[in-house]
Design a protein around this ligand. Structure first.
Ligand SMILES: Cc1ncc(COP(=O)(O)O)c(C=O)c1O
Length: 355
């Protein structure tokens, strides 16, 4: 009798992994944001990338750049993977390296949250925090990472910004997952870009499979040139400004983004004030605890949804959770130092509970 009852229950889908840890990357849920969706009469869906084993969407790129280096014979067992990364790619790489037996060396700007550096070290990576200087400076963290790889035997600089194995991860996994999860009813897609791999890969897949019907819009934070590049078709690049978001914004068009530049439908510049309010609102209304880039993405998804007919489905990405940033984002004094505290509505200020 009891057995019969259990047999009639449909078991949850829990994948069996046979090749180890790296198979747990991807296949994330697509979450409908019910409160936001009902308010605007359009469906806003967000890909729960914070559920990847390393905690962010960058696990996908990390796996693909390492698989690419292996398949091209650039790295052999016991070798060293070296990358310049503001954090999340490093965490993904550190995990993948441990599980595949490689050493991991990470260069990053010393302006990044200390907890990110600590996590990388705990995961066994060698971390080099270096001064945050522009890409055209030879001491930029990416150039230092490349030089380090050039100086070692059996070492690869995975070069996430311009290595298109990064966008390939999203052409082969994230894009098809989104399309399958919505049975092909994807009217709009938007997200922000750092390397551009996520936006470019998903856009390429959705544009191809939908015969160009899915509207794809790039979302940009303050301080990034990409929005001005797209709006002016490369003629009027506006520099300057900064954002509290970490991991997005770009001073150039990367090789990952370049192939998509002509098929992007539009771009938005999202002010920090809107992103921080959305971050608090997502926690308050939807119970979702995500970092600044995810909040920016949802602001952009709502904007895109409102440009589309009622009932449309718009998808974006929740790139990581807020754990790494909580000591800043929920600190009243930090918010005040960034001029963001006053942007938060009175009803949500209770969440800014750290000093
Ligand atoms: C939290 C977060 N969001 C978004 C991005 C941007 O993703 P991509 O590099 O694929 O453009 C990153 C990149 O590191 C990130 O760490």
């Amino acid at each position: 009798m009891i057995l019969k009852r259990f047999l009639s229950v449909k078991p949850p889908f829990v994948p069996l992994t046979t090749e180890g840890f790296t198979e747990t990357i991807g296949n994330t849920p697509l979450i409908k944001l019910p409160k936001i969706s009902s308010r605007i009469n359009r469906n806003v869906y967000a890909k729960a990338e914070f559920m990847n084993p390393g905690g962010s969407i960058k696990d996908r790129a990390a796996l693909y750049v390492i698989k690419d280096a292996e398949s091209r014979g650039l790295i052999k067992p016991g070798g060293t993977v070296i990358e310049g990364t503001a954090g999340n790619t490093g965490i993904g790489l550190a995990h993948v390296c441990r599980s595949r037996g490689y050493k991991c060396v990470i260069y990053m700007p010393n302006t990044q949250a200390k907890s990110k550096m600590d996590t990388l070290r705990l995961l066994g990576a060698e971390v080099h925090p270096v001064p945050a200087v522009a890409f055209d400076n030879p001491e930029n963290y990416n150039h230092q990472a490349k030089r380090h790889a050039d100086s070692l035997e059996n070492a690869v600089w995975t070069n996430q910004f311009d290595n298109t194995a990064n966008r390939q991860a999203h052409i082969e996994t994230t894009g098809p997952e989104i399309w399958a999860q919505l049975n092909g009813k994807v009217d709009g897609f938007t997200c922000s870009t750092g390397t551009g791999g996520t936006f470019a890969g998903i856009t390429r897949y959705l544009k191809t499979i939908s015969n160009d019907k899915t509207k794809c819009v790039l979302a940009d934070p303050p301080g990034s040139i990409v929005h001005s590049y797209i709006q002016s078709k490369g003629k009027d690049i506006v520099r300057g400004g900064s954002s509290f978001t970490e991991g997005i914004g770009q001073g150039r068009i990367t090789e990952n983004l370049q192939p998509e530049i002509d098929i992007i439908d539009d771009s938005y510049k999202i002010p920090d004030e809107e992103s921080i309010v959305m971050l608090y609102q997502l926690l308050d209304e939807e119970g979702i605890y995500v970092g600044g880039t995810s909040a920016l993405n949802v602001v952009a998804a709502i904007r895109l949804a409102q440009e589309l007919p009622e009932g449309s489905n718009v998808v974006t990405v929740l790139a990581d959770s807020c754990h790494k940033y909580s000591d800043r984002i929920f600190s009243k004094s930090w918010l005040e130092s960034k001029g963001l505290y006053d942007a938060i509505p009175e009803s949500l200020k209770k969440y800014a509970s750290l000093d």
